[in-house]
Design a protein around this ligand. Sequence first.
Ligand code: AR6
Ligand code: MG
Length: 305
Amino acid sequence: MVTQDQFVGCLLGLSLGDAIGAPFEGGVIERFVWKLIGKTRSGKMRWTDDTQMSLALAKSLIANNGLDPNHLAQQFAASYRWSRGYGPAAAKLLKKIKNGKDWQQVNRSTYPEGSFGNGGAMRAPIIGMFYHQNPQQLLKVAHASAHITHAHPLGIEGALLLASATAIALESQGSLEIINGAAVNCKQKPFTTRLKIAQEWLQNKKYPAADEVTKNLGNGIAAEASCVTALYISLRFLDDTFENMMKFIIECGGDTDTIGAMAGAIWGAKRGAGDLPLQYLEKLESVDHLNEVALSLYDVSQKSC
Ligand code: AR6
Ligand code: MG
């Protein structure tokens, strides 16, 4: 039986991983900017676009008892804030929608095949929660939700992987069941090759160092270079602490906030909010609001799926 605590754990885990990873993302300039804007007025850790878009998605699913792509595109655009650190193509696209363009006209305007960034995957745990009882609908909606901003097949595949991994984690499965079950939905070579490596590490209880994980699985902003990494790390640390998982993610470097968000969501879905570190939750921006949204998502999902 999936619990409210797991839904709250998934959304808070996503947000906490995002906020803890954010100061370590990017180069010197990005880190300097985050030093200036990474705290709220009351000194809390701010989250980034990962949480902002996940909240927009959760609220849109709640309002419509499921996915309404036009409503969701409007929610993404209305909640866009430059200070959340969006990817460049995503920012451009959302500003166009805000200025009245239809999302279907602009989701391939920067890249003809669409974006292959990890922005569609970073919010997919929300779909995994909402549709955890309906795997077919889960895949359909994960695809459609990613398509609005990340139409590239690799961007979409990342969303399928993260949504299905979250749903299986909610069912309290072990790490091998989670990765094997989620891998079934991946067909593209950049994903299947990395998944095979991660499956072999988990199966044979190998614990490669951070640089080896980065070298083999990636740590970049492309979906193919971060989704398997996040899934693997969340499963490796499933019986360990959230803090140790985040330390390892920061050691791996690269897109630390989004890898933190995706890994945090899966870890939180399996372990529940009760296992998240209180000393960090106390420092996180708008915890009460995240809590409320996760509980509404649970209620609506129970009724409509
Ligand atoms: N061809 C070439 N480059 C591409 C393509 C493509 N088809 N697609 C993406 N890129 P974007 P995101 C490159 O902007 O995925 C934030 O910090 C290109 O350099 O869609 O929403 C988030 O938190 C493009 O700008 O962003 C994530 O951590 C970049 O990939 C991260 O950024 C990102 O794609 C990505 O967010
Ligand atoms: Mg981010």
